[in-house]
Design a protein around this ligand. Structure first.
Ligand code: AMO
Length: 439
């Protein structure tokens, strides 16, 4: 007999089916044994009556997370007998035969059959291959898969080509100190902090490119918004008039992603008790104005160069009140806090760059780039760097480059804010932080 997925059982009342999956729970009621079986499509209640002697004997041995195969009759279940944890379409399986495909070893460290795990983050992450099986935890990554699909779909629709760029580099891309140095045979190399240089090279070839790729950041601190390896949704586009074209493109992209997830993952989102944000038109505020607002409205004084995490949270609160938007663009960051490749504004103290904030946290950075070879060489020097070390990057600009720009969007941060997860680490399958490189 072919295997049936649990989700298809409600259409098969009165038929005998073969199901396979994991034991979510086993409960004994007198001589009846109930097993909630879980496969990739859902959870269903199965009943083993004592008359089915072989099945009953096997069922007695069965523990949570055993992998089993059963054959049985699909039956409608009386409404009064609804099992909240295995509600599958009001049906259950009366088991005829059970086969154990694999057993567990020792005691399980966490009971993952609970609706809400309610365990410490460390326990959640230390036992990841098990805790990920919890229905609510698993849901995060189903939605994530949909979010990535939506990004790809929209970028392709808009004429962007998907590229994959190298992650082993000869120089650090983003400057700063948060890069990992690695030994590369006899040389020293760096793990990519972003696909920045290569996506720009991509513009010289395809005009519009995007990448969904792993990047690495040596973040030495523990926060709820940083991991040391994350998936960046990058884009780069040529022939722009100004950075406004980039913000419009990013706004449309986010709008598509949020609408797509809201439409396709209704049930999954319900598990998180959140209302998905509407993107629409995102307010744009100059960073200097934002800093003034923080001072006036919240009495928060900061150096007039950059905004800190508390400032980001407050300015989002302000944008929500004033514009009813969960998103806000902060624009025109000072030259001193942006990488050397960023296009200076007419007032060269500032740059044609922006951050996108969502529900209190920066989720994207973007901007127009310098596309003139000489200007770029000079800017590298102004940033105290040696143009020799960027020879191959600079070559791109020797061969003719249109005005261009793009963004890097932190995929896990979107997911975290979207579902209201406490830490970004909950939005990563196997997260890496200062202390954690296992599991
Ligand atoms: P930036 O360094 O601001 O810009 O990174 C872009 C976005 O990546 C996410 N992000 C992170 N997410 C999780 N953990 C981290 N440690 C982490 N660091 C960054 C954030 C951030 O907004 N090349 C530029 C982008 C560009 O201009 O195209 C860049 O990498 O969501």
């Amino acid at each position: 007999m072919e295997r049936t997925l649990i989700i298809d059982t409600p259409k098969l009342i009165g038929e005998t089916v073969k199901l396979a999956g994991w034991v979510n729970t086993r409960r004994d009621h007198g001589k009846l044994i109930f097993i909630d079986l879980r496969d990739r499509s859902g959870i269903i209640q199965t009943v083993i009556i004592p008359d089915k002697k072989n099945a009953h004997k096997t069922a007695k041995e069965i523990r949570s997370e055993y992998v089993i195969e059963i054959e049985g009759l699909v039956k409608e279940r009386p409404k009064s007998a609804t099992n909240e944890k295995a509600p599958m379409g009001g049906v259950e399986i009366e088991v005829e035969e059970i086969k154990i495909l694999s057993k567990t070893e020792g005691d399980l460290p966490v009971d993952i059959s609970e609706d809400d795990l309610n365990i410490h983050l460390e326990t959640l992450l230390n036992n990841r291959s098990l805790t990920l099986r919890n229905e609510k935890v698993k849901t995060i990554f189903k939605i994530y898969s949909g979010l990535l699909d939506a990004y790809r779909e929209f970028m392709k629709k808009e004429g962007f080509i998907e590229i994959k760029t190298p992650k082993i580099l000869s120089s650090a891309t983003e400057g700063g100190a948060n890069f990992f140095k690695i030994k590369y045979f006899e040389k020293e190399a760096f793990l990519a902090q972003s696909p920045q240089f290569y996506k720009q090279a991509g513009v010289g070839v395809f005009e519009r490119v995007f990448e969904v790729g792993t990047v690495f950041r040596a973040e030495p601190h523990f926060t709820t918004r940083h991991v040391n390896e994350y998936t960046s949704l990058d884009a780069e586009m040529g022939f722009i008039n100004s950075m406004e074209d980039l913000m419009k493109q990013l706004e449309k992209t986010m709008d598509y992603m949020f609408k797509s997830v809201a439409k396709k993952y209704k049930e999954e989102i319900k598990k998180y008790d959140v209302k998905l944000s509407k993107v629409g038109i995102v307010p744009r505020i100059k960073l200097t104005e934002a800093l003034d607002i923080l001072e006036k409205e919240y009495g928060k004084k900061m150096e007039k160069v950059d905004i800190d995490p508390e400032g980001e949270r407050l300015i989002c609160e302000w944008a929500k009140k004033k514009y009813k938007s969960d998103f806000v663009f902060l624009t025109h960051y000072p030259t001193s806090v942006r990488p050397f490749y960023t296009m200076p504004s007419a007032d060269p103290q500032y740059t044609e760059s922006f951050d996108l904030l969502y529900n209190g946290v920066e989720i994207a950075t973007g901007g127009q780039r310098i596309h003139d070879y000489n200007q770029l060489t000079e800017n590298i020097k102004k940033h105290g760097l040696n143009p020799e070390e960027f020879k191959h990057y600079l070559d791109i600009f020797k061969y003719g480059m249109p005005p261009h720009g793009g963004w890097g969007l932190g995929s896990e941060r979107i997911l975290q804010r979207m579902l209201g997860l406490k830490s970004i680490k909950e939005a990563v399958l196997f997260p890496r932080d200062v202390k954690r490189i296992t599991p």
